[in-house]
Design a protein around this ligand. Structure first.
Ligand SMILES: [Cu+2]
Length: 393
């Protein structure tokens, strides 16, 4: 079994590098370069406003301290970026992004001191921007896979001060399993200028870890089966977010809430669009049902790598215990065989998943893998049809 873990770890280590970190943060027309992850040798950039994460890979345990500012729970760094309230900020990832499915969310948290001394574990966060499904059924994250930057709008009326920006890419391709959702989190230290007097209310403030639960409808979700709308995890969007701008309203797409989704429906908010365009064209988000999940969780050991990753081979040779009675032995063996079979199936499924997702096949060949079903590659044309049928009502 130990050996198996070693294999898993090795597999993860190689897969993890397929992800990326925030390489460039752009605000008020200025680019700020970010450091590479600690695990890779590269410039540490102690004067960057972007905190240095430990690794490229995801956080998958929502109770981990890493949920605040990313893998390794990075400490403060030296730089502070100046950001105007009401402006758009951009986050450019460092590598070819392997995932297309899932939302991208920006949180902010006020610092009691300057942002370069801000303790992320003490920060109360509020959600200022969230982008999920596009009208055509694709996800906002697809932009990242296409190499574009993620764009978020800083609330216009927010009070000045020092803040942390918490940029969260949530990949949902394996989210049908608990712990399968992948969080990529990055914190940037900023000083907000040209703001107003708006502040978040208590109900809009959360802690990380604590804000999310592993079974929240937006975190444990099968986006491939009977999927109609997406419920963002965490608190409702900050009421002052984009308050005076973007009053174009946005087409109110069906606010069809998931059957098991908690209440508090959020009105669709105008969000800035095309990441390539810095100007704020406003478009509405298709869905936004907020499952406010203020489950405070005790923090557990931080996970830095994907927990359940595929293993290329199976260690089937387990020492068989000496049988006592034939009947129980038979039962046991049957049970074990069943277990092994299930484990093997799961591994196979994950292996297929990760192969397509982490080796760049994702963009070309969309495979829908479910246990016990054949792997069916969906042509992109057909896929978009499926999406249209599924999401436009
Ligand atoms: Cu991944």
């Amino acid at each position: 079994m130990k050996f198996l873990y070693a294999v898993v770890a090795a597999a993860c280590a190689s897969l993890v590098s397929a992800h990326g970190v925030v390489e460039v943060f752009t605000a008020d027309g200025k680019d700020y370069k970010g450091p590479g992850p600690l695990e890779e040798d590269g410039p540490a950039m102690p004067n960057s406003p972007i905190r240095r994460v430990g690794a490229n890979g995801p956080v998958s345990d929502v109770t981990s301290p890493d949920m605040a500012c990313g893998v390794g729970n990075p400490p403060p760094t030296g730089g502070i970026a100046t950001v105007s309230a009401g402006s758009d900020v951009k986050f450019q990832m460092s590598k070819d992004w392997p995932h297309e499915e899932g939302p991208i969310t920006l949180y902010m948290g006020k610092c009691s001191d300057t942002a370069d001394k801000c303790d992320s574990s003490q920060v109360k966060w509020f959600k200022v921007d969230a982008k999920g499904l596009n009208d055509d059924g694709t996800w906002y994250q697809k932009n990242i896979a296409e190499g574009k930057a993620g764009v978020a709008t800083i609330p216009a009326g927010l009070e000045n001060g020092n803040y942390l920006l918490r940029y969260e890419i949530l990949a949902l391709h394996r989210a049908q399993d608990i712990g399968g959702a992948e969080f990529f989190i990055s914190c940037t230290q900023i000083q907000l200028v040209n703001g107003g007097s708006a502040k978040p209310t208590a109900s809009e403030l959360v802690s990380f870890p604590g804000a999310y639960s592993a079974t929240a409808p937006g975190i444990k979700v099968d986006i491939y089966t009977d999927f109609h709308s997406y419920s963002y995890p965490g608190p409702p969007l900050f009421d002052g977010a984009n308050g005076d701008s973007g009053s174009s309203g946005g087409e109110s797409s069906s606010t069809s809430s998931e059957p098991n989704a908690p209440t508090s429906t959020e009105t669709p908010r105008a969000t800035s669009t095309e990441p390539s365009e810095p100007t704020s064209t406003q478009s509405a988000e298709p869905t936004s049902t907020e499952p406010s999940e203020p489950t405070p969780t005790e923090s557990a050991e931080p996970t830095t790598t994907e927990s359940a990753e595929p293993t290329p081979s199976t260690d089937a040779s387990e020492p068989t215990s000496t049988p006592t009675k034939p009947s129980t032995c038979k039962q046991k063996r049957a049970l074990k065989q069943k277990k092994d079979k299930r484990a093997l199936e799961q591994q196979k499924k994950r292996a297929v998943d990760s192969e397509r997702l982490h080796r760049g096949l994702a963009n070309k060949l969309k495979t829908k893998t479910r246990i016990g079903r054949p792997v069916v590659p969906l042509q992109s044309a057909r896929r978009s049809n499926v999406h249209r049928r599924r999401f436009t009502h």
